[in-house]
Design a protein around this ligand. Sequence first.
Ligand code: ATP
Length: 278
Amino acid sequence: METPKILRQGAEGGATLFPVEYFETRAYLAQSPQLYKQMLIGAGFERVFEIAPAFRAEPSDTVRHLTEFTSLDAEVGYIDGAEDLRRLVEELLTDTLSFVRQDLAERENPLAPGIPEPKPPFPRIPFARCEEWLGRAGAEQDLGTEDERAIGERAIREFGSSFYFLIDFPTAVKSHTFYAQRQEADPRLTGYFDLDYRGLEIMSGGPREHRFDRLVENLRTAGLDPAGFPSYLEAFRFGIPPHGGWAIGIDRLVQVLAGLSNIREARLFPRDRYRLDP
Ligand code: ATP
């Protein structure tokens, strides 16, 4: 799919939106194609994907954030929970890396032997357990760069796997993500998960809320006015299948594959808070 990058509304929280002067009104650069992927599932496409730019006004200067990056976004209809999505992600990653390794080897590229060989199933580590490891059980606080690194060290020690999922993100941590489905048995938890490689998050996803009434309720809880999302909500009004999806940051993936310490080295012309040229 190919979706607009100039939008009236953001989907990933107001903090990282880039405003654009758009004639008589204000628009924003797309942080993700989230709402469009879901609308297309509602329009009858069972699986959609897009590889396109995403823009985030990330104020912090880190080695894993850019203000413009490339995102591989996918959405899948008729899923039966988060495990369906995790298995697809495992398959996608294993196939992609095996192709890359083989292709580089054929070209005698020196990076070939360093391309990781994932061995699914990857460990599934509940978010609550990560917080215990970090010594802040039950805090329900989002993970920073240092937290992810510490979890990575522990996960490799305990499970011997460089790839692992962090699962069952609390609703409080994903509070800006109004489209995340809450777990039926415990609404304090979402079905959301991240895939990390050695302490670095490379993708994030989960089942979405497909029920109109609950979606409207989630918008309100997130402090958003449902009236601001007319065409998105319209897609849900007449019923939409259970669905979910994920986003992989291509630049993060390249950073991991090439063993680069800074994401800026994974792009020809990186953009960050201080770099608008060349
Ligand atoms: P992070 O916690 O790393 O800031 P996020 O939770 O905001 O990421 P999502 O909105 O879940 O990220 O985005 C999905 C994927 O997009 C991430 O796993 C990552 O690979 C990539 N990504 C997100 N923000 C950036 C960024 N500023 N620069 C590069 N890649 C990014």
